[in-house]
Design a protein around this ligand. Structure first.
Ligand code: SAM
Length: 255
């Protein structure tokens, strides 16, 4: 099978520590014709640091159908693009999805490079089960916020939220009210930066902690899933297995 030519690369950039850029990300940024950036000023600093001087174009107008169409037309003519966001993996709580969808719909190839993103280190270092998890991104600020939280009441998988420091306490309080104050959680703050910190405990312990400790910088909140459901599911499964064993035994006896 021949390899398709890639028209759009999604290139993760550091979420703090500039050394978290990959060698392949640098190669790709150097190789493409155009780099699309969420904020050309922010990305300009990174590119200068990497000594990459390249045609940099802003993509803040990606919600506009026409802007996306224009880019797709240029890709059809053979231009190659890299998409970068202010930090982390583009299209993860960042603009990019609409472009990815349009490029694929046009029959062109998209490739996302593996690399920095905030939720993976937050989840792994939380110490909460990570065999199954749900990425919730940002909760709605006002309308739909309670509905969203209520929809997660019986969720057994570990939950991941992106949150701003000035809204964290309110979120912890709302989650404690909905899920119970003793639900385990972790707050990962300033990942890969100088003041990196992960605070772990129950929701109420985290509320107490952040009422007296500084709450600045970027935050990922990881919350354990609903344990009762998980336990009752495990119990049900055990019961089913026991029933099946009994059934198998009685079948053997009949034979
Ligand atoms: N595309 C990014 C990614 O791949 O993670 C996410 C972009 S989203 C607009 C920004 C949010 O990501 C922040 O509000 C915060 O919740 C989280 N975040 C980004 N950098 C972080 C860091 N260094 N430490 C903790 N959270 C971070």
């Amino acid at each position: 099978m021949s390899q398709a030519v890639v028209s759009l690369y999604l290139v993760p950039t550091p979420i703090g520590n500039l050394r978290d850029i990959t060698l392949r990300a640098i190669d790709t940024l150097q190789a493409v014709d155009v780099i699309l950036a969420e904020d050309t000023r922010t990305s300009g600093i990174l590119l200068k640091h990497l000594q990459i001087s390249k045609n940099l174009q802003s993509y803040h107008s990606f919600n506009e159908h026409k802007a996306v169409e224009k880019l797709v037309e240029r890709m059809k003519k053979g231009e190659t693009f890299a998409l970068i966001s202010d930090a982390g993996t583009p299209a993860i709580s960042d603009p990019g999805f609409l472009l990815v969808r349009a490029v694929l719909a046009a029959g062109l190839e998209v490739q996302c490079l593996p690399g920095a993103t905030a939720f993976v280190p937050a989840l792994v270092s939380s110490g909460l089960p990570n065999d199954r998890f749900v990425f919730e991104g940002f909760l709605p600020h006002k309308k739909g916020r309670k509905t969203r939280i209520d929809a997660l009441l019986n969720e057994t998988r570990t939950l991941i939220f992106y949150e701003s420091p000035h809204r964290l306490l309110k979120t912890l309080e709302q989650l404690a009210e909905a899920f119970g104050a003793d639900r385990q959680a972790a707050v990962a703050r300033e990942l890969s930066k100088l003041h990196e910190e992960t605070a772990r405990g129950t929701l109420v312990e985290l509320i107490d902690y952040y009422q007296v400790n500084p709450l600045k910088g970027e935050i990922v909140l990881v919350v354990a899933g609903c344990a009762e459901q998980r336990e009752s599911r495990a119990e049900k499964q055990e019961k089913k297995q026991a029933e099946w064993k009994k059934e198998k035994k009685s079948r053997k006896e009949i034979d």
